[in-house]
Design a protein around this ligand. Structure first.
Ligand code: NAD
Ligand code: TYD
Length: 358
């Protein structure tokens, strides 16, 4: 596949995937399609924006005409679809926006790809050699685990609880339906919580780092006992690269770091690391920890069994949590301008300045 379309490439995970592909595959054309919502930030890609094999296109994944034209114009062979609304708290406030982008947007991408590639059940085998539609999904579609129960496997039934996870579950079902009905060569991955550079500071880890640095209260939902399974974002990007090229069409792979943490323990660890890096006394920022009202429908525990991916494709995470969390804190403390632009809104002017000369 020579011309690869990555949607949502200006977001957190997407920008790491775009960077990896642009650098690793200089002879392939990487087209980053993004609407630049509040979560899209082209400053994430400053270091590669002038590379010859990189193109940015501003478009909305729900716009069928625009997507069809882009597929034709850039002769797209493969698609990695990450564009989505991604924050659970926002999905509780505005579920319609999640249905529109995550469900209708994915359906629009599927239909446009199917039409452009000319997929049908009769040519499915041939199509699977030429093209791939890779849908990036989440472990949250599986619902919530009790403590000490087994991990999410690919065979678990879908049991989403939040509007976010319901919208991602729905989009996964559409992807499989396009495979079964039209022979669209697809693959889906369900990944656990990511952390690392360029994450929008509404998510737990960057929010906590930012608040400690600025001496602001750290909101911990409920008792802080909910568990998440954290994976360093570059390890996710490497898994995406592997699966895009070697994943078997029609299959689903779970991606996770076997790295479960209670929220309160992560918060305390971040207090320790950030205080140390800022030269503050040990525990100086502990008083910022503030227990607040729990999230509605807050899933207790996510934990991923990624043995299928490990055994069949040979993937494993390269960055230990101890290393990744320190790297992440250092990145946010060193990239104060990025963080200030994001929290202050200046990042939204970057597209106009760089691409429209305004
Ligand atoms: P993000 O919110 O940081 O980025 C989403 C990107 O999609 C942004 O650049 C935004 O501008 C773009 N976008 C939103 N609506 C769009 C539209 N209508 N048209 C075109 N572009 C649009 O999200 P993220 O954390 O990088 O997540 C990326 C994908 O990975 C999502 O599909 C998410 O469900 C999935 N995922 C995320 C995590 C995680 O921990 N962050 C874990 C597993 C799976
Ligand atoms: P988040 O980063 O929003 O990811 P997700 O909800 O997709 O897992 O939240 C991670 C965990 O941290 C989740 O259990 C909710 C909790 N949380 C807080 O306690 N305080 C916060 O301010 C945020 C944003 C999250």
């Amino acid at each position: 596949m020579k011309n690869i379309l990555i949607t949502g490439g200006a977001g957190f995970i997407g920008s790491h995937v775009v960077r990896l592909f642009v650098k690793k595959y200089p002879r392939k054309n990487i087209i980053n399609l993004d609407k630049l919502t509040y979560a899209g930030n082209l400053e994430n890609l400053k270091d590669i924006e002038n590379k010859k094999n990189y193109t940015f296109v501003k478009a909305d994944v729900t716009d069928y005409k625009a997507i069809s034209e882009i597929l034709r114009k850039y002769e797209i062979d493969g698609i990695i679809h990450l564009a989505a609304e991604s924050h659970v708290d926002r999905s509780i406030k505005d579920p319609f926006c999640f249905a529109k982008t995550n469900v209708i947007g994915t359906l629009t991408m599927l239909q446009a790809a199917k039409e452009y590639w000319g997929c049908n059940l009769a040519n499915a085998k041939e199509m699977s050699k030429l093209h791939k539609f890779y849908h990036i999904s989440t472990d949250e579609v599986y619902g919530s685990l009790e403590f000490n129960s087994s991990l999410f496997k690919e065979t678990n039934k879908y049991e989403p609880h939040s509007p976010y996870s319901a919208s991602k579950a729905s989009s996964d079902h559409f992807v499989r339906a396009f495979h079964d009905t039209f022979g669209l060569p697809e693959v889906i991955t369900n990944c656990s919580n990511n952390y690392g550079p360029y994450q929008f500071p509404e998510k737990l880890i960057p929010l906590v780092i930012n608040n400690i640095e600025h001496n602001k209260p750290i909101p911990v939902y409920g008792k802080g006992l909910n568990v998440r399974d954290w994976l360093y974002v570059e390890d996710h990007a490497k898994a995406i690269d592997l699966i895009f090229h070697n994943g078997v069409v029609g299959e689903t792979y779970n991606i996770g770091g076997l790295n479960e943490w209670k929220n309160i323990d992560i918060v305390k660890l971040l207090v320790k690391i950030v205080d140390e890096k800022l030269g503050r006394k040990e525990g100086a920022s502990e008083s910022l920890i503030t227990y607040v009202q729990d999230r509605a429908g807050h899933d207790l525990r996510y934990a991923i069994d990624s043995s299928k991916l490990r055994n069949e494709l040979g993937w494993k995470p390269e960055t230990s949590f101890e290393e990744g969390i320190v790297k992440t804190v250092e990145w946010y403390l060193q990239n104060k301008e990025w963080l200030a632009n994001v929290t202050g809104g200046a990042y939204q002017k970057y597209y106009k300045k760089m691409y429209l000369n305004k």
